[in-house]
Design a protein around this ligand. Structure first.
Ligand SMILES: [Zn+2]
Length: 82
C-alpha cells in the first residue's frame, strides 16, 4: 500500500501519460482509496491544464517543485486538522 507521501512524490508520473502502466495502476489504486490525494490529483490536473493553456510546453521544474511543496504542506495541514 502506497503512502500519501509516496503518492505525491510520484504524482507527476501519474499525470504523465507515458508512465508505465504498472506504476499508474498502483497510483490509481491509491487515488481511489484516498479522498485526500484524489482532491490533490484533481486540482493538479486542472492546474496543469491551465499552464498548458498558457504555454504550449511542460511546466518549468521550479514551478513544479513549488507546486509539490505547496501540496505537501496542504496535505500535512489537513492531517493535523483531524
Ligand atoms: Zn493519499
Amino acid at each position: 500500500m502506497l503512502t500519501c507521501k509516496e503518492f505525491l512524490s510520484e504524482l507527476s508520473e501519474f499525470l504523465d501519460e507515458s508512465t508505465d502502466r504498472e506504476v499508474r495502476e498502483k497510483l490509481e489504486k491509491h487515488v481511489a482509496e484516498c479522498p485526500n490525494c484524489w482532491v490533490i490529483c484533481d486540482t493538479t490536473k486542472k492546474t496543469i491544464s491551465v499552464y498548458k493553456g498558457m504555454k504550449e510546453c511542460s511546466i518549468p521544474s521550479d514551478v513544479h517543485s513549488r507546486l509539490m511543496a505547496a501540496m505537501e504542506k496542504r496535505l500535512a495541514a489537513g492531517r493535523a486538522g483531524r
